[in-house]
Design a protein around this ligand. Sequence first.
Ligand SMILES: [Zn+2]
Length: 202
Amino acid sequence: MTFDWNAHRFSGGVLALDLANTVVFRDAPDRALDRFSDHSQLQGFARAAAQFRQGEWGDARFRPPEHPAQINRLIDVREAINTLFRTAVRGGGLQPANMAAFLQLGSALVCDEPGRQDLALPGSGMGARDLSLGTAAFLSAMRLLEPARLGRVKICPNCHWLYLDESRNRSRRWCDMTVCGNRAKAQRHYRRNRESSDSGHG
Ligand SMILES: [Zn+2]
């Protein structure tokens, strides 16, 4: 089966979290899987992100990193975004060291943009944008720092992805009900059946 950057892989709701979610099962190191360990996936992700993040960015092109130093910087900002928000969701707040790492990497990314680039945050209704993927993810994450939005960032209990719960009463339990919600339901069903059949032994 060939890997596809489909809608499910953009369940984060905003580019910053989708980027963090290019690692699956983060909270289970033996199962964790980094989609960018294959660098050829960077281009596909950037292209799909422009498609699936139109609601956040309007018409945009995200330039994938090419040189090894650019790739490392993107991975570093991805990890900084993940640590900053995952710690906050777990009740640890926006910690100074996490915030500093995030801002320093963001500063380096922003410095690499062309001098006349407008770095307005997404959602500002600007025309077509052309940004490096790392800068765009940084700006997307900046918007999440706002308390009303930060309070809606959650961790999916099944795949450990970060996602923005934009439901009216903040009731979303899964990154994607049709994938993780159903998988969890199937697991509960399996466990229940196994327990009831086990109970006959002994
Ligand atoms: Zn999930």
